[in-house]
Design a protein around this ligand. Structure first.
Ligand SMILES: NC(=O)c1ccc[n+]([C@@H]2O[C@H](COP(=O)([O-])OP(=O)(O)OC[C@H]3O[C@@H](n4cnc5c(N)ncnc54)[C@H](OP(=O)(O)O)[C@@H]3O)[C@@H](O)[C@H]2O)c1
Length: 236
């Protein structure tokens, strides 16, 4: 089904547009400039806008787990995953846990246990890492799951999340994590907000890290329009 609509104002309509099938599902959510940049001066906020923040909030409300790469947590200064009372009530009424679980992918475990995302999390976050790291003080604020020897084995990591009842995974990136997930054939959906900016050369794309693999086809589910932004939803 393809739809071209203004971004609905009513949250239930947005929820309907972003429903996912039951069972395991990995949705990526990114914002990009018109010329393909994934950030401006290291931050994605200049690419975003009010409608993007609404969609962003709804996607967080719908997921069991929010998976992000350590680079995004460090550079964006990620905060604890909080939802307002209405969205927590919606989750309870729809059989979800009150809050999604924050999951950070880090090969080196170079994370600050005092960062708000970890220290103030309403539910104990999970860190997916590879063998050979000493969790140190991180073990006090997060569950550390080791998957893989030389690299974080993302397929095994997602299976470990499913084993904890975390089926519907939302990932807000960043680019290196997206590249690894795409290369491993693990991405079911991409929600892409296109911002009417020319960022110019310099900033990287929303995907990075791996050499190009076989292109994968996703089907257009909808296009939503806002005064400024364009919202594309593509899925397997
Ligand atoms: N436009 C958007 O929607 C959007 C969204 C998110 C981020 N961003 C931007 O992206 C930039 C950060 O880029 P990034 O590529 O560094 O982000 P990233 O993918 O979030 O982080 C990369 C880091 O995550 C860990 N990691 C990711 N994939 C891994 C894998 N397969 N195996 C092991 N570790 C893995 C590593 O952590 P360790 O170094 O700890 O080993 C790696 O250094 C920021 O400027 C941010 O603003 C933009």
């Amino acid at each position: 089904m393809q739809q071209l609509w203004p971004v609905p104002v009513a949250e239930p309509d947005l929820v309907d547009l972003y429903r996912t099938p039951p069972g395991p599902w990995l949705r990526m959510n990114f914002v990009s400039s018109l010329d393909g940049a994934g950030h401006v001066d290291g931050r994605s906020a200049p690419l975003s806008g009010p409608a993007d923040k609404r969609v962003f909030g709804v996607l967080r409300m719908l997921c069991d787990a929010l998976v992000v790469g350590a680079g995004t947590v460090r550079e964006e200064g990620y905060h604890a995953l909080r939802l307002d009372a209405d969205r927590r009530a919606w989750r309870r009424a729809n059989g979800l846990r009150e809050y999604p679980t924050l999951v950070i992918v880090s090969g080196r475990l170079d994370l600050d246990p005092a960062q708000d995302a970890l220290a103030a999390a309403p539910v104990r976050p999970i860190v997916l890492t590879r063998a050979g790291n000493d969790p140190g003080r991180l073990a006090g604020v997060a569950e550390i799951i080791t998957v893989g020897e030389d690299e974080v084995d993302l397929a095994a990591g997602l299976a470990a999340l499913r084993g904890r009842g975390l089926d519907h995974v939302l990932s807000e990136g960043g680019p290196r994590l997206f590249g690894s997930l795409t290369a491993a054939g693990l991405v079911d959906e991409l929600c892409l907000t296109v911002s009417p900016l020319l960022a110019g050369p310099g900033a990287g794309r929303i995907t990075a890290g791996h050499p190009a693999g076989t292109p994968q086809h996703l089907t257009l589910r909808h296009i939503l329009l806002d005064d400024e932004l364009l919202f594309l939803r593509h899925a397997r």
